[in-house]
Design a protein around this ligand. Structure first.
Ligand code: ATP
Length: 792
């Protein structure tokens, strides 16, 4: 997992005031602030700066230290309403400061509620991608530096157990939907009943088809009484979406709705029409002409990203190249975003995994080599440049078949875009070089083939057929332009039907958190057959040399000689519970055979398990009986029996006869019933576990509260926590499931963990604690090192 913060407690060094007196003062301050917020009327009060807002001292000083002074439009409109507790539907252009617009109310509202570590999770912030979640967490860390909340990041990439151990003590969580749901379902000690605020950043994306099931399930776990904030540059107003979140009279705050364009005014937007087979030449020529720029290039799939990155890298354009897509490891992804953020000139090839929310500083150009799936995606992609009053430029590459349709969509969304032409003099062709490279390097050729297939598939699955017309594309020439000897044959999956089309953008356009662009496109059926899901029963029957199953196995599987078993030839045709049909009456025939043999020879017969019976028909064989070891070999293993309540022995695995099985109804119905019963059983057990864990936790919390109250009375010290990411083991050791960590005893003053330009040593938190300087972390490892340094 990514870092999760630890709760730190800091001893106040201010000895001048007795402790109970200080606490009383703070209580009075918070009550006064609360009253100010209640009485405050944003319409009557003229305000431009953060210091004009009724904010707590920790937030105000955090904002100041982070150089935030003047509010942006969306902050001016949304923050006051959110401070007063309204549900908000916030819409504002990209790069206009929406992150602060929801983080400030989160900090302030929890602060005014006197939220402590013991109150559990107070706010949940959901982001569609890991990168964005990390970014939000970083901003939270900056402006929340002087608060006492614990905050964590739950985005996957590390073991569930590690995350689970710290979840119980978090006040604010920034997360991605999939991982969050996993915890909600599986972590007994994770309590969300107290949640006060739910925030969805990029709300329209989180509420769309790709995340629908997950988000609905998350919301089911949350209390209905809460404040909900939704933000996006392309906000959803769909009543059905809002109903799913049970918003209470939401305030729609849209600061740029009346504006003439949906994109920042500092953004220059162009498009060029370039035939599909010429697009790589045009991109190459563009990069060669802008070697000193910072360029972000969007492609429609991870495979395309890899091919263009690898082939351009071989060609050495003279600018650092980077690539990013959802199939990379988390550490690599973080490393690349950090590198691109820090670089002055570089070119990043990426999928839509970075299309939303990411705040790369000073990007000069956003190039859309592949057409976005819709105008909203276009708006988010170009929004990676021209952020917060900076200039930026964007170029959309369109092949002639897409020009008319896409322009129409952009116009409908108020996107001002102008056509420009490529200077033919500057156009260079790399087709021959690519062909040469693909010829010499089979791996590159293979990447090219996959890129081709994934491109065609991404067009095929698009919903908007006015833009994406697969039949009009010159695919043969396109494949040649990638350097391929011929266009790979593409067989579209049967699954690419209307139903799949609904989710198509998430698979084909690669913007999903769990991006999967490895779906088979060629020979899809054969592959899917091979990769069909294997159940535990399938695996059980595939096993060989298993003592317990040996007998059944030989009788049931791979035995086509109709002796006892009738195995179905084509697993694909059979969706039954088990793929094996049994004739159990035959299994019992062994005893009859033995009896006949004995009768015929007059010999003693000793039945063996899974072996030929041993017939004692000579002296030599009789001798065998004296050697236990040899006999064992012949006899095979013993039979394990289980006894029922009446004391009757049974085989461990008892197979019922087919007629009986059939009598109980069709196999499908039986399977459904079995699954349903098991599900209910597990759910009931889960509820019980959760309930027990909750009760234990509550008990401990009450004891702890009482203990702390006693401590405070004794004037032992002030309890404070700072927001700090943490991954190393806590000083209080492992936290067992369902239990709450014992409170840490503040023994020494924590080291300083954050520094920025304004931090001249005079800035201190409200407890007056000095901190040691540590640079801003730029990798997960740095975050971990920093946190463990602190804990050490
Ligand atoms: N009040 C402010 N004063 C100065 N800079 C600000 C202010 N608010 C935000 N910013 C800066 O503006 C930039 C964009 O902010 P942010 O990432 O919150 O935009 P956004 O509206 O969420 O964009 P997107 O729609 O792309 O997610 C950031 O670099 C942020 O630090």
């Amino acid at each position: 997992m990514a870092p999760v913060s630890a709760v730190r407690k800091i001893l106040s060094k201010n000895k001048s005031q007795p402790r109970p007196l200080k606490r009383k003062r703070e209580d009075e301050d918070i009550s006064a602030l609360d009253q100010r917020v209640k009485d405050w009327n944003p319409k009557e009060n003229d305000f431009k700066n953060f210091q004009d807002l009724p904010l707590s001292r920790p937030t105000a000083s955090g904002l100041e230290a982070s150089h935030f002074k003047v509010l942006t439009d969306i902050q001016q409109k949304a923050v006051p309403l959110a401070l007063k507790g309204s549900d908000i539907l916030g819409a504002a252009k990209t790069g206009s400061g929406k992150t602060l617009a929801f983080l400030l109310p989160v900090l302030e509202n929890l602060y005014r509620k006197r939220w402590t570590e013991l109150d559990g999770l107070g706010a949940l912030i959901i982001s569609p991608t890991r990168e964005l979640a990390i970014q939000i967490f970083e901003v939270l860390r900056k402006i929340g530096r002087n608060h006492t909340f614990s905050a964590g990041l739950v985005i996957g990439g590390k073991s569930l157990r590690e995350e689970r151990e710290r979840l119980g003590r978090m006040n604010i969580l920034v997360c991605t939907p999939g991982r969050m749901l996993q915890h909600m379902d599986q972590t007994a000690a994770f309590e969300i009943d107290n949640l006060q605020m739910l925030v969805l950043d990029e709300a329209d994306r989180i509420l769309d088809m790709g995340f629908q099931g997950t988000v609905d399930a998350i919301v089911e776990h949350l209390p209905k009484e809460r404040q909900t904030l939704l933000f996006s540059a392309t906000q959803t107003k769909k009543v059905s979406d809002l109903a799913r979140l049970s918003l209470r009279d939401p305030e729609y705050v849209s600061v740029h709705e009346a504006a003439s364009s949906a994109t920042p005014s500092t953004l220059q937007q162009h498009y060029i029409v370039t035939p599909l087979p010429a697009k790589l030449d045009t991109l190459w020529s563009f990069i060669r002409a802008n070697l000193k720029a910072k360029i972000l290039v969007f492609l429609s799939s991870g495979k395309q990203v890899r091919f263009v990155y690898e082939s351009f890298r071989h060609l050495q354009p003279g600018i650092p190249l980077l690539h990013l897509h959802g199939r990379q490891k988390q550490t690599a992804r973080l490393d690349i975003t950090t590198k691109f953020s820090a670089s002055k000139n570089s070119c990043l090839f990426a999928t839509d995994v970075v299309a939303r929310g990411l705040d790369f500083p000073a990007v000069d150009w956003v190039i859309q080599l592949d057409c976005p799936e819709d105008a909203d995606t276009y708006i988010h992609r170009v929004g990676r440049t021209a952020r917060y009053e900076r200039n930026g430029r964007a170029v959309l590459f369109l092949d002639p078949t897409k020009e008319e349709g896409m322009l129409k969509r952009l116009e409908q969304k108020k996107v001002p875009i102008e056509k420009i032409n490529v200077r033919q003099k500057k156009q260079q062709s790399i087709k021959n070089q690519l062909q040469n490279m693909c010829f010499k390097d089979p791996e590159l050729k293979y990447l090219g083939q996959k890129a081709f297939v994934s491109y065609v598939r991404s067009i095929h699955i698009q919903k908007d057929k006015e833009i994406f017309k697969i039949n009009e594309l010159p695919l043969e020439e396109f494949s040649a332009s990638l350097g391929l000897p011929g266009a790979p044959r593409i067989k579209f999956l049967k699954g690419d039907n209307a139903k799949e089309l609904k989710n198509a953008p998430r698979q084909g356009m690669s913007s999903s958190e769990e991006e999967d662009d490895n779906k088979p496109a060629i020979g899809g059926k054969a592959k899917s057959k091979k990769e069909a899901v294997r159940t535990k029963y399938d695996r059980m029957f595939e096993r060989r040399n298993q003592d317990v199953l040996a007998e059944h196995y030989t009788k049931l599987v791979d035995n086509n000689d109709s002796q006892g078993v009738d195995v179905q030839g084509d697993a694909d045709e059979d969706n039954d519970f088990l793929t094996v049909k049994r004739r159990l009456s035959d299994i019992g025939s062994e005893d009859d055979e033995l009896k006949t043999k004995r009768k015929a020879t007059g010999a003693k017969v000793i039945p063996g398990l899974g072996k030929e019976p041993l017939v004692i028909d000579s002296k030599r064989r009789e001798k065998l009986l004296k050697s236990k070891k040899k006999l064992l070999k012949l006899k095979g293993n013993g039979t394990k029996l289980v006894y029922d309540d009446d004391g009757n022995p049974h085989q461990v695995y008892e197979l019922e006869n087919e007629d009986q099985f059939k009598q109980r109804g069709p196999a499908d119905a039986q399977r459904a019933k079995f699954l349903e019963e098991e599900r209910n059983r597990v759910q009931a057990a889960d509820l019980l576990d959760k309930q027990t864990a909750k009760e234990k936790k509550k008990e401990r919390r009450e004891m702890k509260k009482a203990r702390e109250a006693a401590d405070r009375e004794e004037g032992e010290g002030d309890v404070r926590a700072v927001l700090v990411p943490h991954e190393g083991p806590d000083d209080d050791g492992q936290l067992s499931e369902g239990s709450l960590p014992a409170p840490e005893r503040p023994s020494k003053r924590p080291k300083k963990w954050f520094e920025d330009d304004s931090d001249d040593g005079k800035n201190s938190n409200r407890c007056g604690t000095a901190r040691n300087a540590i640079d801003d972390p730029d990798s997960l490892e740095d975050l971990e090192a920093m946190a463990s340094g602190l804990l050490g």
